[in-house]
Write a protein that binds this ligand. Structure first.
Ligand SMILES: Cc1cc2nc3c(=O)[nH]c(=O)nc-3n(C[C@H](O)[C@H](O)[C@H](O)COP(=O)(O)OP(=O)(O)OC[C@H]3O[C@@H](n4cnc5c(N)ncnc54)[C@H](O)[C@@H]3O)c2cc1C
Length: 296
């Protein structure tokens, strides 16, 4: 059987893409390896109508809603290979199963390369986070840190000061310009030049940071800016054009989420420079509609 659309990745973007296609009574197959980017967080915030709900619960609700549509199917597994062209794409899963589809939507997400500071990884998604809008409210009032990774970290420190007393750890990565140093001072942000060498406290709680010069300073939350990578090499295998974003590469798409390869659409973190669950849902919806209309 040939599906109308194969969707790879069944998280915010993939599920949202499946909805308009299933409602249009098109044959949709969603394949997912169950490794969403926010699997380290216990709650997802800032998504209207879903604020504070566990990511796994949002996914389960989405799948349940889609299961009501008779042309929707879902398979678990990792897609290892993709071949073919518009009107006849073929995917191969890790267990050797193959599926065919006329259009392809990549909703495969990105992965985060975390700084290699001892104690940081076990706190990721809890007290070590990347987005103040997603997790700042929950950490508010505690002493907060911003781990510099380059230009832009000083702006983040200005922002984070809205949630608590903030320190910018320059980590010998960069130095704020004099004008920015004045703005940071006016916002009450401390600039700390001795690098953090270890995070302390009963994980996943964060109580303090040990600095290279031996001092231990109180810290209740740390904002980092991980370098991001494509979670899957499939876009590269297909020859999709990529662009450089603020944190890493993303797939280039037009307004209807069409990539540079005919018949291939992409949505969510993998195809955007800015990342959040509601943005991924909006993009997934556009990709689903774009792929549907290209079938007409
Ligand atoms: C720690 C953390 C906390 C976050 N908290 C929030 C928050 O509170 N609010 C918010 O709005 N945003 C939050 N985000 C951002 C949010 O998680 C992402 O923007 C969102 O998950 C993007 O959705 P997506 O569908 O594009 O990709 P993902 O959610 O990453 O899903 C991609 C899916 O594709 C699958 N996949 C990839 N390759 C293959 C393959 N080859 N074969 C089969 N399946 C494949 C993966 O297994 C995965 O299930 C957080 C991010 C992190 C890292």
């Amino acid at each position: 059987m040939i599906h109308d659309v194969l969707i790879i990745g069944s998280s915010f973007a993939g599920l949202a893409a499946a909805m308009p296609l299933s409602r249009a009574r098109r044959k949709v197959l969603l394949v997912d390896a169950a490794q969403p980017r926010n699997r380290f967080a216990t709650a997802s915030h800032g998504f209207l109508g879903q604020d504070g709900v566990a990511p796994a619960e949002i996914m389960a609700r989405g799948r349940q809603e889609l299961a009501a549509y008779p042309t929707f199917r879902m398979r678990e597994g990792l897609v290892e290979k993709v071949e073919g062209e518009i009107d006849d794409f073929r995917i191969t899963l890790a267990d050797g199963r193959q599926e065919r589809g006329r259009r392809l939507i990549l909703a495969t997400g990105i992965s985060d390369e975390l700084p290699s500071i001892p104690g940081l990884r076990p706190r990721w998604g809890q007290t070590v986070v990347h987005c103040p809008y997603c997790h700042g409210y929950e950490l508010a009032g505690r002493p907060l840190g911003v781990l510099a990774s380059g230009p832009g970290s000083d702006m983040k420190a200005l922002l984070v000061a809205d949630w608590g007393p903030a320190t910018l750890f320059t980590q010998a990565a960069f130095q704020p310009e004099p004008e920015m140093a004045t703005r940071l001072k006016a916002r009450g942000v401390t600039v700390e030049e001795s690098p953090i060498v270890e995070l302390l406290g009963p994980e996943p709680a964060l109580e303090a940071a040990r600095l290279a010069d031996g001092r231990v300073i109180a810290l209740g939350g740390l904002f980092v800016a991980p370098r991001t990578h494509m979670a899957s090499p499939l876009a590269l295998h297909l020859g999709c054009r990529l662009s450089d974003g603020m944190t890493g590469p993303h797939i280039e798409v037009d307004n209807w989420k069409k990539t540079s390869v005919p018949g291939v659409y992409a949505a969510g973190d993998a195809a955007a420079p800015m990342h959040s669950a509601p943005l991924a849902v909006a993009a997934g919806m556009l990709a689903g509609v774009g792929a549907h209309q290209s079938l007409l």
